[in-house]
Each structure stands twice: as structure tokens, then as C-alpha cells.
Write a protein that binds this ligand. Structure first.
Ligand code: PEP
Length: 652
């Protein structure tokens, strides 16, 4: 698995951090009976608060069927969390909507807000994009620390990541690290211990770990299905009648694989499934008599399992050895838990669910390397499946270089441009992977280009005329630019559209002329404030892209870059919220894939432009569909622009 971006990798100061945690705590009459899950989320929450972030927490609780139900309210959790953090945690009575947005808007750095149960909305479990967008409105960055739901594609863990950059919290990071070690690169000898009731629950794990494990130890009720399949007498022990063939198949596979399969040799049995009843140990080979049911592994099996564990360098344990909830039948599970704690030089990982509950009950949880907080999630991880709640977290590096493009507009005289370029060159650590493009006024193109010769900085023009030559006083043509070695040109900037009244027709002519002349085109598109208010953003983008690219063929289109620049954000200091930039650019890609092909739409770089600064560029650059930024004002300052470049370089 490629390394994931974590909360440690990003700047959190002053940001709205929308954090998915797992506060699905057990409750009785409105009281929390076990706050382990709240405590487990504390390190990430505390870290974000120390970094002066504004922390908005979201979680599910129980299964409230997509509608509000006071029984599943997270309000008691807000109170408990406040006690644990030693500060006030504001509770929002609904996860989305204007009221919630207002509360979030008014937050100060260091504030914590807990949203009401996300499952009060049907959109949560359906992973409805509209619901996910409503949640995404609340944040700049999404932190996913809910490993327990990683096997589910819900709106608050997966859907939101389509609108915001999603990074891992500490808990998620540790889960991925530990479970990856035992699933993909275990140090040998590697012992896998499986228990629990159902063979079918563990078949995926057995199949996936078979080529990595050295020994496979099987206990728990599922052992009786294996014994039955081998022809042993199991008395009244529970087994899965319909899984006998499967058990035989597994036995056969394991035998052929060369992995040492170790099954218990004795079992603690009782006549009834209850506490304080007669119990007796029977040898498996001699058979369990009628009327007796096996409820735990026996003492000889414990010794056998212990001997098989000795010298192990990696151990994963999933599923109890017996009915550990009843004291009399908890000895096998306790013994295995304890022997894990004695393997001081081994990586010992306990898969979540019942085995996690067992090791916690016995007080050994902090004496093993890791106890997973996810039941289903850890099982699916061990099966080698890709978990949606992990796949949606960003990788450490973007797949493509981030483009940092500076549009100087009508600023800087040629002398100033020369001084500025030299300073910028000194300041820019162009060893980074981000790409730098600068667009000076025409009169400075030659000088600036000369200064950046031999560097990775690309120098481009801010505009071009559609005709190659002729009676067009004051204009500059494509051949003039290419003759200077200028390869890139911005076309359709909002100032050209709105100040100089360029139409889509003219822009289309310019785009075609530049592409015909072999230039790379940065085509700017974007809606005005009024158009956004009227809900016409997508209509405007559709019109601009369709008209501006009319007649541009597939091979020329590969030389395009699209800059989504909402007019209301350009030069105004009002930056688009990350979800707005992502939503619009995702739509741009959708249009490009309709006009051309999905493959090409993937490849065309899409930039966001509009009041980008060093303080807001990170979350914009990290958006899933954004490949960089077109920067006006902030590109005129050496420090600011180079810092933006450095931030971009961290992520590509
Ligand atoms: C621009 O000119 O393209 C631009 C985005 O400007 P600013 O960054 O100043 O908003």
C-alpha cells in the first residue's frame, strides 16, 4: 500500500478541520458505559487543537435508520469529550444545514464542535454526494480517524473525500501501519491465530495469509467444524453443517501450502451453555461424548499453542479461543492473550472485534504491539481487500506535479521584472517537484525568459491575438511569441473577458491559433458572483468550455491546461472554499471527458485561480481534481510566491 498523507504532514493553523472519528460508544439509558473509543480519538483531536485548528467532529452512533432518534444522540459524547479534553465541546443538534454552518463559521482556533449523529440522515449510509457536500462545506480539510468504519463507503468518511483533501489521523495511521505489516510484509516466523464462531468469517483471512504465514493456529467454536470435517466426534458442540466442505477444502489447501496447521488437541466442554455448570476436558482424538459441547480450548492445547508461538517474530490474532465472556470458558483466550504479551521481540497485532474486547477485558491491551479498533475493518484488511475508507485518503504525493503559475498581469516595468526575476530565482528552490510558470507582461518576456534560461521555470504570455499578422494595432501574434521561444499562453482570463469584452467566439479563435502554432494554452473559465448566486456555475462552465474549445481536436487538446477562476475570487481576497473549487473543477473534467475522452480529461491539468495565498494554497492544491494554481497578486511577491512553491513541492 502506498504511504498515506497524515495530519502531521499538513498545516492546520486556523483551518476548519472536519474530522471523522469513531464515537460509536456503548450506551445505556443515555449514559456512556465505555468511553474507550472517545479516548482513542483524543491524540488526533488534541494535536489539531495544539496546532490552533478549529476542530469539527463527526461520527455515527448505532443504527438509527436514517432519521433523528434521541436514543442515538451524540450529545452525551460531547459532554464526556469535554471532560476528557478539559474544555467546552459545542454540540450541534444537526450535522448539516445553515444553523450548523453558522456555528462552524463562528469558530475560533482551538474550538471544538461535535456534530449530531451523521446517521440521522439517510445520505450518510447511502454515501449520497449531496449529503457529503453539505458536510464538506464545514471544512477545509478532512481528517479520517475512524478506522472502525473504513470498510464502509459512507458520506462522512468516503464521500467527503470527493470534495475535500482527506488525510489520516493518528489512529488511522497506526492501524494502517500495523495491519499492513502483518498483511503484506510480516517478519518471519509468522504465526496467525484464528478463532471465533464461523469458518466462513475467516476464510478470506486464511486464503490471503496462507502464502505468508508459517503457522496457522485455529481455536474457537470454528474448530469444531474442522473436527467434524475430519470425522471426529464433537458431541453437542456447535458447528456449521453447511461449511463442512469448505472446511475440508481449507484443510486441503493449507496442507498443500506448506503452512503448519495447528488445531487444538483437547477442549473444555460442558453440558449447557452457561456459567457455573459441570465442565470436563475431552481429548479431541478420543472424541467428545454425546451431550457435551466444547466451549474452550483445553490445557494441552494451550501448551501446544504456546510452544508454536515461541520464537515468533510476527503474530496476528483474530477471534477468541472460546466463550471468553463466561469466566469458566475464558481460560484459553486469556492464555493466548497472555502469551502474546510475553513475546517481547515480536510484532503482536490483535484484530478488532471480540479478540480486542477479550484482551482489553484481561488487561493486556497495552502489552501487545497493537489492538485494532475495527472489527469488520480489520478483518477485511487482513483479507487483503482495499478498504474504501482508506482508499479515499490521499497518498503522500500527488500522482502529477503541482503547477504553480504566476500571472503578473499589468505589473512591473521591465527593470522591475528583471530585478524580481533574479530575486525569485535565488529564492525558489527549484529542486522541488512542483512546476513553476510565470507570465510577465509582453515587454518583459525576453528579459525574464533569459533570466530563467536553464532552469525549470517556464515563461509564458498573458494573451495573444488570433491572427498571425496584419493591421491589428497594439496586438501580439502567435508567431511573434513562438519566435521568442515562448511556449505557453493564457487565454480567456476573466479580465480579458470582462474588462476587454472578449467573447467565447474570440477566445475560441485565439485558442485554435495558439494550439495550431504549437503553443500550450492555459484556458481560463469561471462564473461571476451573480451567476453563482443564480445557481448557474455549471451552465457557465459548460458554455465556456464548449464554445471556447469548439473545433479543437483531440491531439491539440492534450496541450491544454484549464484554469477554473471564479470571477468573484480574482483579486478580491475572497478565495473559493475547497469544496467549491473541487466541485467546479470536477465538473470541468466531466465536461472535458464528454468533449474529448475520459482518458484525456484525466490528463489535462486543471488549476484553481482566485486569491490564492500561502495561507490557503495547501488545501486547494491537495484537492483530488486540482493540479495547481493560477496566482495573481501573490505571484508578485518573491517570498509569498516561493513559499507557495515550497508548499506545492511537499505534496508532489
Ligand atoms: C489571476 O489573475 O488569475 C488571479 C487568480 O488573481 P489573484 O490571485 O490575485 O486573485
Amino acid at each position: 500500500m502506498r504511504e498515506k498523507l497524515t495530519i502531521r504532514d499538513i498545516e492546520l493553523k486556523d483551518k476548519h478541520i472536519l474530522m471523522r472519528v469513531d464515537f460509536n460508544v456503548p450506551m445505556e439509558n443515555g449514559n456512556i458505559t465505555d468511553d474507550t473509543r472517545i479516548r482513542a480519538a483524543l491524540p488526533t483531536i488534541k494535536y489539531a487543537l495544539e496546532q490552533n485548528a478549529k476542530v469539527i467532529l463527526m461520527s455515527h452512533l448505532g443504527r438509527p435508520k436514517g432519521e433523528p432518534n434521541p436514543k442515538y444522540s451524540l450529545e452525551p459524547v460531547a459532554k464526556r469529550l469535554g471532560e476528557l479534553l478539559g474544555k467546552n465541546v459545542k454540540f450541534c443538534h444537526t450535522a448539516i444545514g445553515e444553523q450548523t454552518e453558522k456555528i462552524v463559521e463562528e469558530m475560533k482556533p482551538g474550538d471544538v464542535v461535535l456534530l449530531e449523529n451523521t446517521r440521522f440522515f439517510p445520505g450518510e449510509r447511502k454515501n449520497d454526494p449531496e449529503f457529503a457536500k453539505s458536510l464538506a462545506k464545514l471544512g477545509d480539510i478532512h481528517v479520517n480517524d475512524a478506522f472502525g468504519t473504513a470498510h464502509r463507503a459512507h458520506a462522512s468518511n468516503v464521500g467527503v473525500a470527493k470534495f475535500l483533501p482527506s488525510v489520516a489521523g493518528f489512529l488511522m495511521e497506526k492501524e494502517i501501519k500495523m495491519l499492513s505489516s502483518v498483511t503484506y510484509s510480516p517478519e518471519k516466523p509468522y504465526v496467525v491465530i484464528l478463532g471465533g464462531v464461523k469458518v466462513s468469517d475467516k476464510i478470506g483471512v486464511i486464503e490471503n495469509l496462507l502464502d505468508k504465514a508459517d503457522k496457522l493456529l485455529i481455536g474457537g467454536a470454528m474448530m469444531f467444524t474442522f473436527f467434524k470435517a475430519q470425522g471426529y466426534k464433537i458431541g453437542a458442540s456447535k458447528f456449521e453443517e453447511d461449511k463442512l466442505d469448505l472446511a475440508r477444502e481449507i484443510l486441503d489447501k493449507v496442507n498443500k501450502s506448506g503452512v503448519e496447521l495447528v488445531l487444538p488437541v483437547d477442549a473444555v466442554c460442558a453440558r449447557e451453555f452457561k456459567a457455573e455448570t459441570d465442565k470436563k476436558v475431552f481429548d479431541i482424538r478420543e472424541g467428545i461424548p454425546e451431550g457435551w459441547m466444547g466451549l474452550d480450548i483445553g490445557p494441552k492445547s494451550i501448551e501446544l499453542f504456546k510452544s508454536k508461538l515461541s520464537g515468533a517474530k510476527t503474530v496476528v490474532w483474530n477471534g477468541p479461543m472460546g466463550v471468553f465472556e463466561i469466566e469458566d470458558f475464558s481460560i484459553g483466550t486469556r492464555a493466548i492473550a497472555q502469551s502474546l504479551t510475553e513475546l517481547s521481540s515480536a510484532l503482536t497485532v490483535v484484530g478488532g472485534g471480540d479478540s480486542a474486547a477479550a484482551i482489553t477485558k484481561f488487561g493486556f491491551a497495552d502489552k501487545v504491539s497493537h489492538v485494532s479498533t475495527g472489527g469488520g475493518a480489520s478483518l477485511e484488511f487482513l483479507e487483503g481487500k482495499e478498504l474504501p475508507g482508506i482508499a479515499s485518503i490521499l497518498e503522500k504525493k500527488k500522482k502529477h506535479p503541482i503547477i504553480v503559475a504566476g500571472n503578473w498581469k499589468m505589473n512591473k516595468t521591465p527593470s522591475e521584472a528583471r530585478v524580481f526575476s533574479r530575486e525569485l530565482l535565488k529564492e525558489l528552490n527549484t529542486a522541488g517537484n512542483a512546476k513553476v510558470w510565470v507570465f510577465p507582461p509582453f515587454v518583459s518576456l525576453v528579459d525574464v525568459q533569459e533570466i530563467f534560461t536553464g532552469t525549470s521555470v517556464t515563461v509564458g504570455a498573458q494573451n495573444v491575438h488570433q491572427k498571425p499578422f496584419g493591421a491589428f494595432t497594439g496586438e501580439v501574434s502567435v508567431p511573434m511569441l513562438t519566435d521568442l521561444g515562448i511556449t505557453h499562453v493564457i487565454i480567456g482570463h476573466s479580465e480579458r473577458r470582462h474588462v476587454f469584452n472578449e467573447t467565447d467566439f474570440t477566445i475560441n479563435e485565439k485558442v485554435k491559433a495558439a494550439l495550431d502554432g504549437g503553443m500550450a494554452v492555459i484556458l481560463c473559465v469561471g462564473e461571476t458572483f451573480e451567476e453563482r448566486q443564480a445557481g448557474k456555475t455549471f451552465d457557465v462552465l459548460k458554455r465556456q468550455l464548449t464554445k471556447d474549445l469548439e473545433g479543437v481536436n483531440l491531439s491539440d487538446a492534450s496541450k491544454l491546461t484549464i484554469a477554473y477562476e471564479p470571477v468573484w475570487a480574482i483579486g478580491t481576497g475572497v478565495v473559493a472554499r475547497p469544496y467549491q473549487a473541487q466541485e467546479a473543477i470536477s465538473y470541468v473534467r466531466e465536461m472535458l471527458s464528454k468533449i474529448y475522452t475520459p482518458q484525456l480529461a484525466e490528463k489535462i491539468a486543471c488549476l484553481y485561480g482566485g486569491s490564492i495565498k500561502k495561507s490557503n494554497c495547501q488545501e486547494l492544491f491537495l484537492l483530488p481534481d486540482v493540479d495547481g494554481g493560477l496566482i495573481g497578486g501573490a505571484s508578485l511577491k518573491v517570498d509569498e510566491f516561493s513559499e507557495i512553491y515550497e508548499i506545492a513541492s511537499k505534496f508532489c
